[in-house]
Design a protein around this ligand. Structure first.
Ligand code: ATR
Length: 290
């Protein structure tokens, strides 16, 4: 076992439901690291005070979640290309005396598609529903893997248009299109191989389904499509349920949570993340979560 104690953590607010400590701790233990992962549930003024003392805090690295993924940026010495493009930092690490901010959400999204589905983006067309921070991570992942076209559907036009403007500049080889759309509108999914929900619609049981069941054609008539919902609780939103019923491939947000954490683990420790044990612990924790 490593002798030096290494401390990591997560900053956010509220944080009572975070699953990150559970699976990061399981990973540290399996890898034989003398390391722990702490929860810092801080109000905005406290968070800012801590960030001002960043040079002195006894952490080797940390994660950020809502609402601090952007707030942290001015306190860091350097941002990676992904953090700049996505406009948010979820993982911070030390390099020498400097603090680096990166974003592993895009890898968290991409790795399960590549590893579990062997899905390739090159030449494909995807639909991304929503235009917030999560959508930016998804666009970054797909664009970096040289997808042909991404269509964005978002309720608020301004936000949707800004997203595709930003990404058209960053990835001129990818075609981007914004279409005004809101839940309940008719949806023509025919052109898309991959359909991703990045909105919070489906989080609450009272939410109307994001897509109408009748708009999702059978995989036998339209071909097999890939549906990803970034929501993991409930494990099966109507979006996922309908797509599954029609014979398509589906994935919820749990693999993304696992893989973004696994990448942070690897950046911080230099060890390969023990994925099996981290997955098992996370799956069990989410099953027990109210
Ligand atoms: P995140 O960082 O998780 O992406 P966010 O930045 O708040 O969160 O973005 C939430 C996304 O979900 C936005 O695209 C939002 O649409 P608007 O830009 O129109 O606000 C979308 N969203 C949230 N609730 C929605 C709802 N009830 N119907 C449609 N879209 C919704």
């Amino acid at each position: 076992m490593d002798q030096e104690l290494k401390l990591f953590g997560i900053f956010g607010h509220p944080l009572s439901h975070t699953l990150s400590p559970i699976f990061q701790e399981a990973g540290f233990q399996k890898a034989g690291l003398h390391a722990h992962y702490l929860v810092f549930d801080l109000s905005l003024p406290s968070f800012k005070r801590v960030m001002k003392s960043l040079k002195k805090i006894p952490l080797k690295g940390f994660n950020l979640t809502i609402p601090y993924k952007q707030t942290v940026i001015p306190y860091l010495d350097w941002l990676t290309a992904s953090a700049k493009a996505i406009g948010a930092v979820n993982t911070v690490y030390r390099f020498g005396k400097k603090w680096y901010g990166t974003n592993t959400d895009h890898e968290g999204f991409w790795l399960p598609l590549a590893k579990e589905w062997k899905w390739k983006a090159r030449g494909k067309e995807a639909l991304v529903i929503g235009a917030g921070g999560a959508a930016r991570a998804v666009l970054y992942a797909l664009s970096s893997k040289r997808i042909r076209k991404i269509t964005v559907w978002n309720r608020t036009q301004k936000r949707g248009e800004k997203l595709i403007r930003d990404f058209s500049k960053l990835f001129p080889q990818v075609e981007f299109e914004y279409q005004s759309w809101q839940p309940g509108d008719r949806a023509d999914l025919q052109p898309f191989d991959l359909i991703v929900n990045t909105t919070s619609v489906g989080l609450n049981s009272q939410d109307k389904p994001l897509l109408k069941e009748k708009d999702i054609f059978s995989s036998k008539t339209q071909g097999l499509k890939h549906f990803v919902d970034l929501i993991y609780k409930p494990a099966e939103t109507p979006f996922i349920r309908f797509a599954k019923k029609k014979g398509h491939r589906t994935m919820n947000g749990l693999p993304m949570l696992l893989y973004q954490g696994a990448r942070a683990f690897e950046i911080w420790t230099g060890h390969k993340a023990p994925l099996d044990v981290m997955r098992k612990t996370l799956t069990e924790a989410v099953r027990l979560k109210k």
